[in-house]
Write a protein that binds this ligand. Structure first.
Ligand SMILES: Nc1nc2c(ncn2[C@@H]2O[C@H](COP(=O)(O)OP(=O)(O)OP(=O)(O)O)[C@@H](O)[C@H]2O)c(=O)[nH]1
Ligand SMILES: [Mg+2]
Length: 340
């Protein structure tokens, strides 16, 4: 039987850009193996240098088709790329998900491209945390650019966009999602608005609508004003494709803007803040569950609430106090080293 490599071996290979090592480490982190935190701690210092582009929008607007072109353009410039495809609704859109893999499959033989799909597989720390972790792992591989494709449907997905420095909101004509997008406040997070499927009726209308919506917003001097770019990302022949170069230029301009104005640092801080929140919630929950299991008090608490002897708020506070006491007791309250 072949012995599976240690995480330390895999981390070494990851730093050399090895895709297989990356895939295996991601699986270990997703599965919360005993050493998953150690893995993340070791790779973390090697992260923070990639360009991160978010691609969000409703289902079927053409996010993956655009991602495919963007990957190809970066590759043509000699840059290595990682792509995370977040698909929280995969049980319902199995077909579309399959479409993702087929469309993006042409990159599988290119070592400079590493793609990972995150379907809703019941991640223990939640899909958002998985996305944050996977993005860090791709950075530690030395990828120059990372693209995060996410369905812009709910708050969770919008949260994921905080990973990105440059966020593309993709819409397409005739889906009414231009209106929806504005309602959901999703426009505020878009640095570039892509009107894909510009070959369809209503594209021009959609563009005017978007520009009008932008005009109603006031931008202070020195603030980035979102660009509106029409694209055709799937066509019967390459000559009919449109807007991809313009989109690449807009991404480059936005990145330049971030670097020139100091907004890049804000984007990075924003990412860390979100990441910290995810890890914190996840770890706290783990601690509470552990404590409940150890004390065997779960049933009692629930019974007390039902009997009116307590309420969920008091129970949660009591559990947290117990957890903190236990944690201090185990580690010793006077110890100041935090290196375990
Ligand atoms: N007419 C037209 N169709 C397009 C264009 N771009 C994509 N499509 C089609 O739209 C469908 C959805 O494209 P995808 O790229 O999978 O869209 P997506 O937003 O990634 O979809 P999900 O990941 O399922 O949300 C496919 O059938 C594409 O062929 C375009 O520019 N014009
Ligand atoms: Mg897709």
């Amino acid at each position: 039987m072949v012995k599976s490599p240690s995480s330390a071996e895999l981390i070494g290979q990851l730093f050399g850009g090895d895709r297989q090592a990356a895939a295996r480490l991601i699986t270990r982190v997703e599965n919360r193996t005993d050493d998953h935190q150690e893995i993340m701690k070791q790779i973390y210092p090697r992260t923070g240098h990639a360009m991160i582009v978010g691609v969000t929008g409703s289902g079927g607007v053409g996010k993956s088709s655009l991602t495919d072109h963007i990957i190809q353009k970066f590759r043509a410039r000699g840059q290595t790329v990682g792509a995370v495809l977040v698909d929280p609704s995969s049980p319902f859109s199995g077909g579309a998900f399959l479409g993702d893999s087929i469309r993006l499959q042409r990159h599988t033989r290119d070592d400079g491209v590493f793609i990972r799909s995150l379907a809703s597989r019941g991640y223990r720390g939640g899909l958002s945390r998985a996305t944050y972790d996977v993005t860090r792992i791709m950075e530690a591989m030395g990828r120059d650019v990372i693209i995060v494709e996410t369905l812009g449907a709910g708050q969770d997905e919008i949260d994921v966009v905080h990973i990105a420095q440059t966020c593309l909101l993709v819409i397409s004509p005739g889906m009414g999602d231009d209106i929806q997008a504005m309602k959901a406040g999703i426009m505020e997070i878009a640095d570039i608005i892509v009107i894909n499927k510009a070959d369809l009726n209503g594209a021009e209308n959609c563009r005017r609508h978007m520009e009008a919506a932008l005009n109603t917003r006031s931008f202070t001097q020195g603030q980035w004003v979102p660009r509106v770019i029409p694209t055709i990302s799937v066509a019967t022949k390459p000559a009919l494709l449109r807007g991809i170069e313009a989109l690449m230029d807009a991404i480059a301009d936005h990145q330049k803007f971030l670097h020139a104005t100091g907004a890049m640092e804000k984007a990075k801080l924003d990412r860390i803040e979100q990441e910290l929140g995810h890890i914190f919630r996840d770890e706290l929950q783990k601690l509470v569950v552990q404590s409940l299991e150890q004390t065997g008090k779960k049933e009692t608490y629930i019974r007390h609430i039902l009997d009116g002897r307590s309420d969920p708020y008091s129970v949660v506070h009591e559990i947290l106090r117990t957890c903190i006491r236990q944690e201090n007791g185990e580690r010793g309250p006077t110890r100041s080293d935090g290196d375990d």
